[in-house]
Design a binder for this molecule. Sequence first.
Ligand SMILES: Nc1ncnc2c1ncn2[C@@H]1O[C@H](COP(=O)(O)OP(=O)(O)O)[C@@H](O)[C@H]1O
Ligand SMILES: [Mg+2]
Length: 158
Amino acid sequence: MQLETKSAAETRRVGRRIGEALGQGDLIALFGELGAGKTCLTQGIATGLDIKGNVSSPSFVIIKEYRGRLPLYHIDFFRLQTVKEIESTGYDEYICGEGVTIIEWAEKIEDILPEKYFRIELIISGKNKRRILFKPVGEDYERIAREVYENSGAGYLK
Ligand SMILES: Nc1ncnc2c1ncn2[C@@H]1O[C@H](COP(=O)(O)OP(=O)(O)O)[C@@H](O)[C@H]1O
Ligand SMILES: [Mg+2]
């Protein structure tokens, strides 16, 4: 399942649909280079979780928490290098807890991701274009991905 958005606003809209479809304990792993739109998509997801206020990149603090329909734990591993460093943040205590967890730079923990998670890859395909690839791992996330994909309104790709 692949979408292509033509603006940041469109990416946020896709995110909102994702946020609306999420439930307690869900985990989203975002892959993609700097500027690919991971934070932008996360802002949309936050809107879909009824979170008011600004969601910004948590790069400096690693984990930020927001309150909405469900709690959102927004994690960014950009600044961390080793798996050991990452494990020392205690990030895994959030995963599958009460809220929704979003991880930016999931590349850095690819090998230790849990059995089921919603894998989303973002690719820069033009100045204002981003490809968004849904690669859900596990049945629950397949259902969510399909639902969002079919209602996204963003450009479909094969
Ligand atoms: N289609 C698009 N989707 C998302 N962001 C876009 C798009 N087109 C341009 N942009 C810009 O790309 C940047 C993405 O930044 P950000 O979401 O912080 O990326 P990341 O968190 O992956 O580093 C923003 O400045 C945004 O305005
Ligand atoms: Mg970011």
